[in-house]
Design a protein around this ligand. Structure first.
Ligand code: TRP
Length: 327
């Protein structure tokens, strides 16, 4: 079966755009292919936080992944630092890639430019080698990524091909694939931009927002000075953004969702209510899990256990191919 790996860094809270645009597809996809979902906490070390913050963020993200419907018996949801083979193979990948190649990574250049004068860790530089290890450890066939990560999958392919060339056929060469298209979710205050917390927050629905906060954000959503409800992204971005969300939350198309509405007020209220209803069971499950650390740990152990079984086999194959002395 095709094996798919997706990873996310545990940085910050999940919002409606992340859910409807991506996470919901992960849930649907878990029954189609063999999926691994890593919470890559070690990658997040490249951003310095107070002690404890990273762990907290990791548990919160894990609870959210299970709450939206990833089934630990079906999808392998694991924490990167629970699988020591990641940094172990990461070192081998660092020794497989060159200084020049890593120096040319766009993300590294961008990030170092932004942090000029500040602390730039060596980890920020070798980050793609750890990412390559994440990917090849699971004999991954497909890595669904956005454009910003394509170069990292490309360098992973280069590393795998080079390793195989030096040591014999050992690693599966992965492919970057375009993720299944999720819903279009635009910011409620800036409907020509994707929903984002960094646009100010008032136009961004967080997965854990209370119903009253959600309703308030929808009621204040930016529309236009007409009063016709019609799906027309170019001419009516605000109204169309609401229709996109309403359609995604109720399982219809934006054009169909527009039918019957003659005013913006009811559209806003109905969209808000549809989102509240959609999020309610997710929030309930999330709070249950966050309130039960033993259960959350148990669920993560299922994933980490399964991940380690695969990862340790790959690492042994790599060490054997190199010809390291067996332990
Ligand atoms: N670098 C990715 C990001 O910033 C996260 C990531 C780490 C990743 N390891 C991965 C993505 C492996 C896909 C596969 O989004």
């Amino acid at each position: 079966m095709t094996r798919v790996l997706s990873c996310i860094q545990p940085t910050g809270d999940v919002h409606l755009g992340n859910y409807l645009g991506a996470l919901r597809n992960w849930v649907a996809g878990q029954h189609e292919k063999e999926v691994f979902h890593g919470i890559v906490d070690l990658h997040a070390l490249t951003i310095t936080e107070e002690p404890g913050v990273l762990g907290e963020n990791t548990l919160e993200l894990a609870a959210m992944l299970f709450a939206v419907g990833l089934d630990p018996e079906v999808a392998t949801v694991f924490v990167q630092s629970h699988v020591p083979e990641h940094p172990q193979l990461g070192w081998v990948m660092e020794c497989t890639l060159s200084f020049g190649e890593l120096s040319r990574m766009t993300q590294f250049k961008d990030k170092t430019a932004k942090r000029e004068g500040n602390f730039i860790s060596a980890g920020l530089f070798s980050y793609p080698a750890l990412q390559a290890a994440d990917i090849v450890l699971y004999d991954t066939n497909e890595v669904p990524v956005g454009d910003d990560q394509r170069q990292h999958v490309e360098i992973t392919r280069d590393a795998a091909i080079r390793f195989n060339h030096r040591f014999g056929d050992t690693l599966v060469v992965p492919e970057a694939v375009t993720p299944a298209a999720g819903a279009r979710v635009m910011d409620l205050q800036d409907p020509t931009s994707k929903m984002s917390k960094s646009l100010g927050g008032a136009g961004c629905i967080m997965m854990l927002d209370e119903p009253t906060a959600i309703m308030k954000k929808f009621k204040r959503a930016v529309t236009d000075s007409e009063s016709e409800v019609r799906y027309d992204v170019a001419a009516k971005p605000g109204v169309s953004g609401l229709l996109d969300i309403l359609a995604a939350a109720t399982g219809t198309t934006p054009h169909a969702a527009a039918e019957g509405y003659t005013q913006y007020g009811p559209l806003k209220v109905d969209t808000g209510e549809a989102v509240v209803a959609m999020l309610e069971p997710i929030q309930a499950r999330y709070h249950e899990l966050i309130g039960d650390p033993a259960e959350l740990t148990r669920l993560l152990q299922i994933g980490s256990g399964r991940a380690r079984t695969v990862a340790s086999t790959t690492l042994s194959r790599v060490y054997d191919a190199i010809g390291l002395v067996p332990a």
